[in-house]
Design a protein around this ligand. Structure first.
Ligand code: 3PG
Length: 472
C-alpha cells in the first residue's frame, strides 16, 4: 500500500464517509483512517469490493505512509479540539509541500492559528468550507477553500472534481483567499442559512396563525413560491415537510418541539459583524430567534403572565399570501445584503481580496442556500465589483421597489397581531436605516459628549475635526 493513494481522509463520521465515497466515485485512490478503527474496518468491508482504490490505515503513521507526495489529507473531524489533536498527530509525520485540509466548520481564527503551526514545517494548511450536508458530501458539495495559496494548484483538480456542478458543468468551488477566508465564507454562508430558515419559519407562522392556511395549502403555497424568484433548496424542502404526516395522519411538523438547536456558526457570524462594525441585525435576529425558541419553559411561564393581541385574519387570503411571498423575497435580499456586506468588511479588514461574485457562484449548487437567486448576486458583483451594498444594485433595487410595501404590511400586521417576526422587522429597520440621509446619531454623539467629553463632528465643518461643548 506504500505511496498508493492520491488522497487521505481522516475521520469517518457521516460527512467523512460520504465525502470518501464521492472522492472514490471520481476515480481517486483513497486511504481512510478513523480514530476508532472499527469504523474504518466497517467502511472497507462495506465498500472495498466496489472500490479497488480504497484502502484503510490502522494508524496516522500508516495513513501518511500510504499517500503519494505531495500528500493531500482531508480532516473530517468535529470542529474544535479534535482538529488540533489530529493536526498535532499528523504534523511530525508530514513533509514540506504536503497539504492538510480541514473540512469541518472551524472558526476562522482557529484556522489561522493552525496554519501558523503548520507553516514552519512547510505544510500547507487549508480551511475548507464544505456545505451541502450529507447529500452534498456524497453527491457534490459547495466548497470554500482558503489558506496558504501555494496549496491551491495542489488541491484544485481534486476539489473541482468532487464539488457540485452547475447545469453548465461549472464546479462550485473557488479559492476564497488567504488565512481563515474559506472558513469565514462558510460561516457567513451558515448565517445566511439561519436567516433564510428564520424568514421561512416566520412566513409559516403567519400563514398558520394569521391566514389560517392548512398544511396542504402551505405545501402548495411553498411549492408555488418555489417557481418564482424564491426558487431555492430550502423553499423546496419546506414544501416537502408540510406534506409529511405522522402515524396518526396529523402533519408531522406539528409534533416537532418548537425549540431550535444550533451548532454555533450563526452566533460566530453575529460576533464577527459586531467586531467589524458591519450592521447585520437580521442575521443576528435569526440566531436570537433560535435562542428565544429554546427558552421553551420560560416562555410557557411568561405566556400565563404577559398579555397581547391575538392573531385574527383580516383581508383577502390570496392577497395576504402574495404579500407574504413578496415580504419573504424582500427580506431575503436584505439578509444576503447583510451577509455580503460582512464579507466585504472582513475582506477589507484582513486584506483577503475576496471576490464576492465568485462566492455567490460557489453557492449556486451543492450547498444548503443554493438557489437561482445567487446567480443574480454574482451578476451584480460582476457588473460592479466595488458595489457598496446589494440593495443598490439595479436588479435588486427593482425587486425591492416591488416588494418592500408588502414587507412593511407583513411586519406591521405581525406586530399588531402579536406574532413575533423578528427577522421581518429587522429587515425593514435595516432597509430604512440604510436609505436614510439622516439618522438620530447626532443625539447619540451629543449625549456621549455630554457625559464623557467624547467629542463630536459638526455638519458645517470638514469630517475629522473634533468638537467638545459644555452641554449643561
Ligand atoms: C451545518 O453546517 O452543520 C449546518 O448547516 C448548520 O448547523 P446548525 O443549524 O446546527 O447550526
Amino acid at each position: 500500500m506504500e505511496h498508493a493513494s492520491d488522497v487521505g481522509l481522516y475521520g469517518l463520521a457521516v460527512m467523512g464517509r460520504n465525502l470518501a465515497l464521492n472522492i472514490l466515485d471520481r476515480g481517486f485512490r483513497l486511504c481512510v483512517y478513523n480514530r476508532s478503527p472499527e469504523r474504518a474496518e466497517e467502511f472497507l468491508a462495506e465498500h472495498g469490493a466496489a472500490y479497488p482504490g480504497l484502502c484503510r490505515a490502522a494508524s496516522a503513521e500508516e495513513l501518511v505512509a500510504a499517500l503519494a507526495r505531495p500528500r493531500r489529507l482531508i480532516l473530517m473531524v468535529k470542529a474544535g479540539e479534535a482538529v488540533d489533536e489530529a493536526l498535532l498527530q499528523l504534523l511530525p509525520l508530514l513533509a514540506p509541500g504536503d497539504v492538510v485540509l480541514d473540512g469541518g466548520n472551524s472558526h476562522h481564527r482557529d484556522t489561522e492559528r493552525r496554519a501558523a503551526l503548520a507553516a514552519p514545517r512547510g505544510v500547507h494548511f487549508v480551511g475548507l468550507g464544505v456545505s451541502g450536508g450529507e447529500e452534498g458530501a456524497r453527491n457534490g458539495p459547495s466548497l470554500m477553500p482558503g489558506g496558504d495559496p501555494a496549496a491551491w494548484p495542489l488541491v484544485r483538480p481534486l476539489l473541482e472534481s468532487i464539488a457540485a456542478k452547475t447545469a453548465s458543468g461549472e464546479p462550485c468551488v473557488a479559492w476564497m483567499g488567504p488565512g481563515g477566508a474559506g472558513h469565514f465564507v462558510k460561516m457567513v454562508h451558515n448565517a445566511i442559512e439561519y436567516a433564510d430558515m428564520e424568514l421561512i419559519a416566520e412566513a409559516y407562522q403567519l400563514l398558520r396563525s394569521y391566514v389560517r392556511a392548512s398544511h396542504d395549502e402551505m405545501r402548495t403555497v411553498f411549492a408555488e413560491w418555489n417557481k418564482t424568484e424564491l426558487a431555492s433548496y430550502l423553499v423546496g424542502i419546506t414544501a416537502d415537510v408540510f406534506g409529511v404526516m405522522d402515524e396518526d395522519g396529523e402533519p408531522l411538523v406539528e409534533k416537532v418541539l418548537d425549540s431550535a438547536a444550533q451548532k454555533g456558526t450563526g452566533a460566530w457570524a453575529a460576533e464577527a459583524a459586531l467586531e467589524l462594525g458591519s450592521p447585520a441585525g437580521l442575521l443576528a435576529e435569526a440566531v436570537f430567534a433560535r435562542d428565544l425558541s429554546a427558552l421553551k419553559d420560560e416562555r410557557m411561564g411568561a405566556s400565563a403572565v404577559l398579555g397581547g393581541p391575538k392573531a385574527a385574519p383580516t383581508g383577502e387570503r390570496q392577497a395576504m399570501i402574495e404579500d407574504l411571498r413578496r415580504a419573504l423575497l424582500a427580506a431575503k435580499i436584505i439578509a444576503y445584503a447583510q451577509g455580503f456586506q460582512l464579507l466585504r468588511r472582513a475582506s477589507a479588514e484582513w486584506r483577503w481580496g475576496l471576490d464576492l461574485a465568485s462566492v455567490a457562484l460557489v453557492w449556486r449548487e451543492g450547498c444548503i442556500i443554493r438557489s437561482a437567486f445567487l446567480e443574480r448576486i454574482a451578476e451584480a458583483y460582476r457588473r460592479e465589483p466595488g458595489l457598496p451594498n446589494l440593495l443598490v444594485d439595479a436588479y435588486f433595487k427593482a425587486l425591492l421597489d416591488q416588494c418592500m410595501p408588502a414587507l412593511r404590511r407583513v411586519a406591521a400586521r405581525a406586530i399588531e397581531s402579536g406574532a413575533p417576526a423578528p427577522a421581518f422587522s429587522a429587515a425593514v429597520a435595516f432597509y430604512d436605516g440604510y436609505r436614510s440621509t439622516w439618522l438620530p446619531a447626532n443625539l447619540l454623539q451629543a449625549l456621549r459628549d455630554r457625559f464623557g467629553a467624547h467629542g463630536y463632528e459638526r455638519v458645517d465643518r470638514p469630517r475629522g475635526e473634533s468638537f467638545h461643548s459644555e452641554w449643561k
